[in-house]
Design a binder for this molecule. Structure first.
Ligand SMILES: [Zn+2]
Length: 189
């Protein structure tokens, strides 16, 4: 299929335009809107987009493809099947970490059943666009660090992968610059 590039008003072909183009070409895509703000690192935005499309090699997918993996169980909790929705949304380790971070942001914790619920919650939260973007950034960076932590466990055989490790990763200096000062996300004016 041909692919014609159109320039935006500044004569620059931006990732945002490319993403919208690909979304429009993918008629089967009915997933959540992925935020494309530059406040979120590009690698993180691209990864969340792949997660929303479920194009991530979680254990259940690898088993379906016939890859040589030992188990389809979740790398983090070792209890349930590792699907995209489980690994990034409903895993107990992830829920504990999300509760901890949302509490730190001053936001009442929520339970989500799948990736659509989770991303839509961020996309429709609150009335202030600035605060909402920060919350979305927090969610996206959590998704990124969950994947990093999962891969460290899967490939480097790291033993310490519980909630404490994930919280430590999610709140490291590179991530915390996205977060509001102590006092919570609602302290922003
Ligand atoms: Zn799990």
């Amino acid at each position: 299929m041909g692919f014609r590039f159109n320039l935006n008003a500044d004569g620059i072909y931006t990732m945002n335009i490319l993403r919208k183009k690909i979304d429009s070409m993918s008629s089967s895509y009915d997933g959540p809107i992925v935020e494309w703000s530059k406040i979120i690192p590009l690698k993180v935005r691209c990864f969340v987009w792949r997660v929303a499309l479920r194009r991530v090699s979680v254990a259940t997918k690898l088993v379906q493809r016939g890859n040589n993996v030992q188990s389809n169980l979740c790398t983090l909790c070792g209890v349930e099947s590792e699907t995209v929705d489980h690994l990034f949304v409903t895993c107990k380790v992830v829920e504990d970490t999300r509760d901890y971070i949302l509490k730190w942001c001053g936001i009442t914790s929520e339970r989500f059943s799948n990736m659509e619920d989770y991303l839509d919650f961020g996309a429709s939260w609150g009335n202030c666009p600035k605060k909402k973007l920060i919350l979305i950034s927090v969610f996206y960076c959590m998704i990124w660090y969950i994947w990093m932590t999962r891969n460290n466990k899967a490939f480097n055989k790291e033993l310490e992968v519980g909630g404490a490790k994930l919280k430590g990763e999610a709140l490291n200096p590179g991530f915390s610059v996205l977060l509001p000062p102590l006092g919570g996300i609602n302290s922003l004016s």
